[in-house]
Design a protein around this ligand. Structure first.
Ligand SMILES: Cc1cc2nc3c(=O)[nH]c(=O)nc-3n(C[C@H](O)[C@H](O)[C@H](O)COP(=O)(O)O)c2cc1C
Length: 433
């Protein structure tokens, strides 16, 4: 009888943060596979058990024996009657805590994006998706491959499914695998992420609205829906049940959200009011870039070309957010305020005015004239302001990071509000009961 593999002696020698966690390391055919023994062993030093799964292309670059030595566990290089993909990443109590695809080739990323699984790593990922296991993907390839628009589209597709990407690092004409420390830190963050929204029901509005002038023309704005979708993804990851009332944005909504698609401001208002009346929600976050004005009438035909002029009268549209507390008085209500090219003090004053006007609990304000911030960009710089005037500044960061910082504050303030309501012998659901 063989003893436990001696390689496992390093498990937990640095920390016990990952104690009890099972990480499946899917290795695909990139030269960056040479980093895998070190990635595996660093995760082990933090307490994890690591199981390697290799594609045939990966086994041509590093040997399965090396990964067996590194992890102390048998390596999967082909699927057999043991249904390795299910034992490792099926829907059962002993399944993986996380699947790490590192390095991920252009080929494997694109296959995962289309549900193709014809190698052990892609089949493990397919099963992990259905089993709801967190998946972290670490791309590595030449920059020319990374710039392929379909590869970029596929990365976005996977992001919108809730998969998380680390790197790549652009260096020497390559989209290189992220540094090992970064990969390990990311895995630690995902596996220790709070589940502090479990049991909470959240309604999020996102995207632009369209106001039709005639049958084929409308006015709108460049909102992509990225901020609202990022908040929806992060809320789901933290355990919340999410309804997304979504205008015509450009990013895919998360599959685990209940999505209500809308087009105009009035549609959005109706969807919000109907949902708030129908079911109890604890939190509403209004990120949608709702049109403030719309044509007073819609021409029910295509206006012919060749007219000398064409006047349209715009009238103010209803304010969706201002109706929320009329329908759900105890909801924790978070608004967004976008201003263009104004000083920080002015931005905060406008935000505080909006808190009063719409009876908000919190607001997130930003100046959309800033480079790489606001509409359609992947990053933003925001000020989070609460009812009491407390301001938290979040410097320019990816929208996913902004979403997570906003939720940290939302959860804290929501809990405070619940306690205050309990103290005054009311509960947040009292209006319903
Ligand atoms: C030496 C060598 C290095 C390679 N490095 C990469 C790479 O870094 N990234 C990548 O996407 N493909 C790379 N390839 C190409 C992939 O191995 C190839 O697309 C293969 O079909 C990937 O299969 P897999 O995704 O199932 O592992 C490399 C190929 C060779 C021969």
């Amino acid at each position: 009888m063989l003893n436990k593999h001696t390689s496992k002696q390093i498990i937990g020698t640095k920390s016990e943060v990952l104690k009890g966690k099972k990480i499946v390391l899917c290795i695909t055919g990139s030269v960056a596979a040479m980093e895998c023994p070190i990635i595996a062993r660093e995760l082990m030093r933090d307490g994890a058990e690591v199981y390697a799964v290799m594609s045939p292309a990966a086994t041509k670059l590093i040997t399965p024996d090396l990964m067996e030595w590194a992890t102390g566990n048998p390596v999967v290089t082909q699927l057999t009657g043991k249904v390795e993909h299910i034992s490792l990443a099926g829907d059962h109590p002993d399944t993986a805590s996380l699947v790490l695809v590192a390095p991920a080739t252009a080929n494997t990323i694109s296959k995962i994006a289309y549900g193709i699984d014809d190698t052990p790593p892609t089949t493990v990922v397919s099963s992990a998706v259905g089993a709801g296991i967190p998946i972290v993907i670490v791309p590595a390839m030449h920059e020319s491959m990374f710039r392929h628009p379909i590869v970029l589209d596929n990365i976005n597709r996977l992001r919108s499914l809730g998969m998380e990407f680390v790197g790549p690092r652009f260096e020497e004409g390559k989209a290189k695998i992220a540094h090992i420390d970064t990969i390990v830190a990311y895995v630690l963050e995902v596996l220790t992420r709070p589940k502090d929204m479990k049991g909470l029901r959240v309604l999020i509005t996102a995207g632009p609205t369209r106001e039709y002038i005639d049958a084929v023309r409308f006015i709108s704005n460049p909102s992509s829906g990225k901020m609202g979708v990022s908040l929806a993804i992060s809320s789901i990851q933290r355990g919340a049940e999410v309804t997304l009332v979504y205008g015509p944005g450009t990013v895919e909504p998360p599959p685990l959200a209940k999505v209500v698609s809308v087009e105009s401001t009035r549609d959005m208002l109706e969807a919000v009011v109907t949902n708030l009346k129908k079911e109890h929600y604890d939190i509403m976050i209004s990120t949608a870039a709702v049109s403030d004005y719309g044509p007073d009438t819609k021409i029910d035909a295509k206006t012919p070309s060749g007219k000398k002029d064409f006047a349209v009268k715009f009238v103010p549209l209803p304010k969706v957010i201002e109706k929320a507390k009329e329908v759900a008085p105890d909801i924790f209500l978070v608004g967004f305020k976008a201003e263009y090219n104004i000083a920080k003090e002015q931005l905060i004053t406008c935000a505080l005015n909006k808190i009063k006007k719409a009876n908000l609990d919190m607001i997130v304000a930003n100046d959309i004239s800033k480079e790489n911030a606001g509409f359609a960009s992947n990053s933003n710089e925001v000020y989070i302001i609460d009812k009491s005037g407390e301001v938290t500044h979040i410097p320019l960061s990816p929208k996913r990071v902004i979403a997570s910082r906003i939720l940290d504050i939302v959860v804290k303030k929501y809990e405070q509000k619940v306690l205050e309501l309990q103290k005054s012998s009311l509960t947040p659901r009292s209006a319903e009961e």
